[in-house]
Design a protein. Sequence first.
Length: 145
Amino acid sequence: MKFRLWGHFFSEFFMEINLSKNSSCQMEVAAKAAYPGECCGILLGKSGENGEIEVLETREAPNLIQGTQKSAHFRIDPLFLYQVEREIEGNGIEVIGFYHSHPDCAAVPSDEDYDNMVPGLVYVILSVTKDGVKDIRNYKKDINY
């Protein structure tokens, strides 16, 4: 399954990522389960020499934000990220990005999302409502920005 990586307000380019069906399903399940809060997690895979990106696995992360702020914010525990990096060390895959959901909002980065994006990493955003996931979009902040 392929999704187009849309980066029109980060730079003027479009690119595709290869997202495994299993990874897509895992993110959708996490988004539905976390609703009306935001889910979040880590994308694992490979980046090719010609810029192609392949998401092979995901790791759902606990959202450290609690209370009413959880519906509009997420934060991944740095220790969780470190543990995942240690787990995949030497396996031929790497952290290639992150995902999170936007409850009852479009799958586009907020100002906060954009400000916190690490250039070169992939960001998948899922738009979710009480009826399920409505849209999945992918973004990448240009290294030159």
